[in-house]
Write a protein that binds this ligand. Structure first.
Ligand code: AGP
Length: 609
């Protein structure tokens, strides 16, 4: 998830673009760059690290010109570096891009054979070379862009300049957000409203498959194939702060609603549907190396540990390799038994959690193969692990992890398919079935998000409880733990997650009408047993909030409140069940007036022991 900004008009472009990029830093900030067109050609300035580094560079080496494009990067392909920073240039063509080009490797090979030399590891640079290649036979800039875009697969919000057409800026959208700002004799393009709100409130929201051409003070909308479109602007009356949260009240709520997109981005370009297999670009293990693994240890902290617990079910269930799960701070001090047939998998959103990093180092020092599931490219853990599966959730600002968690589960499922195919416990047909289920997840997450009003009503009813219990079975027990963590960390209400079968071994003594019990009871292999655990709670006067499968009249008749989720393969219930629990915690904490995005005593990344 990166941020792009384009400008064409009467002002100097650089300050406008720089201010816009600052408003988009929440979308990514590991490198940045700006290009402008002026008399005699173009200028490009790029820098690694935060935007302030680019600002310093521009002070030392200013860029003139009243047309320009800029980019703040959240790396997906290619480490954060000056060379991988956007804009990317090929001949006279200059590009900034937000999204993932799924077929970039094959296009890159094709272009190399046509004599193109690449400087970066990015998918974006391919776009610049492709437009340049097309312009060799199609001198019309706009048409050469149509031809190039027709060959791209994946997602893009792209701004393109051509040194040979200094009065023109072209932008196009497919799968990544883009908004156009209409000023007085000037035009703006950006990934999101905050970047241009200071200059105009007249915005045109681009839809997938649409393109816009700014040329000599005029703006023209079309499809990416060239058919003219009539787009009407909307007047945006948000405050700048509201705009940064996409109109949501809190980053956490915005990130909860980003989950369908985050899952889509995490699976994009990785599904080998024909073979029923998975392509993991940063996992350098051959089938032989994977088949040599005798034991897997998954470590993490907090929410990432909960994801690890779900991963155990996936990997043992499908790959038949023993999996241990450890809290990272415990693992590093327990003198673990490890050798070179052990794979250590560290799960970490930030890639900077001290205990998780130390656990990685401990396992590597004892000879383990290593990998991580991580959300931050080139973070400490991502750099030190041999293999990486990046979750493409984009920056997660809210301290309470939401979209990162659901994409961690997605990455675990992707890895399970890859490993199962490598160790031959999964055949192509099974892999294809699992991929088909995974592809349905984003749309079903959209469905679950529509339950927000139902969940808010339940939140109002139970907001004054002093203790909550959450219970589930199998791979939904970790979701009970996650639901409890979400509630306690942002609403400060005490909450505990338990295996449903464990209630009778003690926790059931806590049950009375003042302790709401959240029961995860979807129609799955553990349904009957979980249902009887729910009955045990009700029989003792407990008040049950049941998350069940749509149409489950049995649960509807027994629980005090129900939240019905769509049915998917039970493997992926954890993704769908997580969302109502995130929303429950969110609404209760808003009702209680706690600081949702920055709850007391907590930090987004615990970089100390
Ligand atoms: C989860 O909502 C918390 N923010 C916290 O438990 C977090 O999951 C934990 O600190 C691990 O962080 P990491 O994933 O960045 O390593």
């Amino acid at each position: 998830m990166c941020g792009i900004v384009g400008y064409i008009g009467g002002q100097q472009a650089t300050p406008v673009i720089l201010e816009g990029l600052k408003k988009l830093e929440y979308r990514g900030y590991d490198s940045a760059g700006i290009a402008t067109l002026a008399e005699g050609g173009s200028g490009i300035r790029r820098s690694e690290g935060k935007l302030v580094n680019l600002e310093t560079l521009l002070r030392e080496q200013p860029l003139a010109g009243t047309i320009g494009i800029g980019h703040t990067r959240w790396a997906t392909h290619g480490r954060p570096s000056e060379i991988n920073a956007h804009p990317h240039k090929a001949g006279p063509i200059i590009v900034v891009h937000n999204g993932i080009i799924e077929n970039y490797l094959q296009l890159k090979e094709q272009l190399k054979q046509q004599g193109h030399n690449f400087k970066s590891e990015t998918d974006t640079e391919v776009i610049a070379h492709l437009v340049e290649e097309k312009s060799k036979n199609e001198p019309d800039f706009e048409k050469s862009v149509h031809l190039a875009l027709a060959e791209l697969r994946g997602a893009y919000a792209v701004c393109i300049l051509n040194e040979r057409q200094p009065g023109t800026l072209i932008a196009a959208k497919l799968g990544s957000p883009m908004v156009v700002g209409l000023g007085n004799g000037e035009f703006f393009v950006a990934s999101d409203i905050p970047a241009i709100l200071a200059y105009t409130r007249e915005m045109v929201f681009m839809e997938d498959g649409e393109m816009v051409v700014f040329h000599d003070g005029a703006v023209r909308f079309s499809t990416i194939a060239g058919a003219p479109l009539d787009k009407q602007p909307r007047h945006i009356d948000w405050s700048p702060l509201m705009a940064e949260k996409g109109g949501y009240k809190h980053f956490m709520l915005k990130e909860i609603h980003e989950q369908p997109r985050a899952v889509r981005d995490t699976i994009a370009g990785r599904l080998l549907e024909g073979e029923g297999d998975i392509y993991l670009e940063d996992l350098p293990f051959s089938d032989r190396q994977l088949a040599a693994i005798k034991r897997i240890i998954i470590v993490g902290c907090g929410t990432s540990w909960h994801a690890a617990l779900v991963g155990k079910f996936y990997i043992e269930g499908y790959c038949r390799i023993p999996v241990e799960v450890d809290i990272a701070s415990e693992f590093r001090y327990r003198n673990p038994v490890i050798d070179d047939t052990t794979l250590i998998m560290v799960i970490s959103q930030s890639g900077e959690t001290a205990d998780a990093l130390a656990a990685l180092r401990e396992a590597k020092s004892r000879g383990a193969m290593s990998m991580t599931i991580c959300n931050v490219v080139d973070s400490s853990i991502a750099r030190e692990a041999t293999g990486v599966i990046y979750t493409h959730a984009g920056p997660e600002i809210g301290v309470a992890s939401t979209k990162a968690f659901v994409t961690q589960l997605t990455a675990l499922y992707l890895f399970t398919i890859r490993l199962g195919r490598a160790v031959c416990t999964l055949d192509a047909a099974s892999g294809q079935r699992m991929i088909a289920d995974l592809k349905r997840a984003p749309a079903l997450l959209e469905e679950v998000l529509k339950l927000d009003a139902t969940v808010e009503k339940i939140a109002k009813k139970y907001m004054n409880a002093r203790d909550f219990l959450y219970m589930g079975r199998g791979k939904n027990f970790p979701i009970a733990l996650e639901g409890a963590l979400k509630l306690k960390e942002i609403s400060y209400i005490h909450a505990e997650g338990y295996p449903a079968g464990e209630m009778k071994h003690g926790p059931i003594a806590l049950i009375d009408e003042d302790v709401p019990v959240v029961v995860l009871v979807p129609k799955n292999s553990a349904y009957e047993k979980t249902l009887s655990n729910m009955e045990e709670v009700i029989a003792r006067g407990g008040r049950v909030i049941a998350l069940c499968t749509e149409g489950d009249d049995e649960v509807r008749g027994r629980a005090e409140d129900i939240i019905q989720i769509p049915s998917l393969d039970e493997d992926l219930d954890p993704l769908l069940l997580s969302v109502p629990l995130q929303l429950l915690a969110y609404h209760i904490s808003v009702l209680k007036g706690t600081d949702v995005d920055q709850p007391r005593n907590l930090a987004k990344s615990v970089t100390v022991e």
